[in-house]
Design a protein around this ligand. Sequence first.
Ligand SMILES: *Cc1c(COP(=O)(O)O)cnc(C)c1O
Length: 389
Amino acid sequence: MNLDWISPAERLKSLPPYVFARLDELKARAREQGLDLIDLGMGNPDGATPQPVVEAAIGALQNPAHHGYPPFEGTASFRSAITSWYKRRYEVELDPDSEALPLLGSKEGLGHLALAYINPGDLILVPSPAYPAHFRGPAIAGGEVHTLVLKAENDWLIDLAAIPEDVAKLAKILYFNYPSNPTCATAPREFFTEIVAFARRHEILLVHDLAYAELAFDGYQPTSLLEIPGGKEIGVEFHTMSKTYNMAGWRIGFVVGNSQIIQGLRTLKTNLDYGVFAALQVAAETALGLPDSYLEEVRERYRTRRDFLIQGLAELGWDVPKTKATMYLWVPCPPGVGSTDFALDVLQRTGVVVTPGNAFGAAGEGYVRISLIAECDRLGGSPGTAQTS
Ligand SMILES: *Cc1c(COP(=O)(O)O)cnc(C)c1O
């Protein structure tokens, strides 16, 4: 039966076209042609989940107490593991009952926060380039996105002074993310102090995505919004288990911060989902309790790949500054070549998949993002095997 009498909701129509679609198609074709693809396109960690976490999950799976619906607000045990981790990591005190909420991955929480707080027409400040959930969530909710264009010459930091007064006055929420996916930029502590002052002055809710809390190198320590005086009063911060602990497939993360905002998100989620499988919360709790030596190992893996790739690119005459954090490189395309064309050209000529910068918003044009998700011996393989047209 042809359903031409029904059309999707306006909110679905508001979603921009998916830049990865063409790339996926070409990837499939390259594979059919026998090209040995090295996929550095996704932000999908290639490592295994740490063994103690897997074992904790297996044990928890055997316990029938975990087989029913989990508590809506997450298990008390995981929530207190989150707040203990926060205390240890940032010296920030949080109330496990009202200031921490487990999520089905941070992407889920980011999207639902938009539905919980954005009315059609509300003005929302979102940087470009940015992690897509930061602008898709507000778009789905019908919000009006005011783009904060980030620039290389400003170290990809949000230029708060450039936000027009009338825009700042109307804005309801500001999304931001340092260390940043895709730009790899980090923000100094003073930037966090300034953004908190800005948000308080204009009564704007801050939504900070700290997905790369632990993936930082050369002694750099990413800042939590909640460490900044006043940060917790005006904002929330999203965390994921996906990157640090190689748990992307498990779908678990959490949000911490202002209790009123977390309550709103919890109320919405109570009507949409039942929260995270309790056995996975046991696993995540175990991950948060892993010794620092695990974190050092993970950082070392990405640092080695970063240095290897930067050196290889330098040998090709391509100067990429050392990134202080994340699991990516953000690399300018050759002058005059568009992101999509360049990514397709690299794919066809070498079998290496990179993500065109415009997938992260128009301001990502002119760059590609390379994920550090393959071992150096794979990254250093001779491109001679690759060929097409
Ligand atoms: C990977 C990533 C996420 C997604 O995390 P999940 O918990 O797996 O949903 C969120 N934000 C940023 C910036 C990311 O890079």
